[in-house]
Design a protein around this ligand. Structure first.
Ligand SMILES: [Zn+2]
Length: 129
């Protein structure tokens, strides 16, 4: 019965994870001038093109134990941290408000997450994201 109480928060969490995945991609690709629409995600070490099952936000990173399925190299926490942060923003906003204010709170929170991610990527420019 208690688990039913969390059901209304599942949709904001999933939307937050998807938005976080997109923001992580934007933050990592835009400064390098890489395409954002037609380019498929790949391992930064071996170039392995990620399969759909490897693109599930946060979950695939955990299931694969933070490693590339092709080369086994350890992947950065950059993407899953952004995805989790965006999910937390959406859940917190859903707990706090609803309607238009919920959308505005999510957009503001996601912008702050994107800015923080951009600063993180600048500070760790030598690290492959
Ligand atoms: Zn790889």
């Amino acid at each position: 019965m208690a688990s039913l109480l969390f059901l209304p928060l599942l949709m904001p969490a999933v939307i937050g994870l998807v938005v976080g995945s997109f923001l992580g991609m934007l933050v990592s690709r835009l400064p390098r001038g890489e395409p954002i629409v037609l380019a498929r995600s790949a391992c930064p070490f071996c170039g392995h093109r990620l399969e759909p099952v490897e693109l599930i936000p946060l979950l695939s990173w955990i299931v694969q134990r933070r490693r590339c399925r092709a080369c086994g190299r350890r992947l950065s926490a950059f993407y899953p941290v952004i995805e989790a942060a965006c999910a937390l923003v959406a859940v917190a906003a859903a707990l706090w408000t609803s309607g238009t204010a919920l959308i505005a709170a999510c957009l503001l929170g996601w912008c702050i997450v994107a800015l923080a991610a951009w600063l993180w990527s600048r500070a760790h420019a030598a690290v492959r994201l």
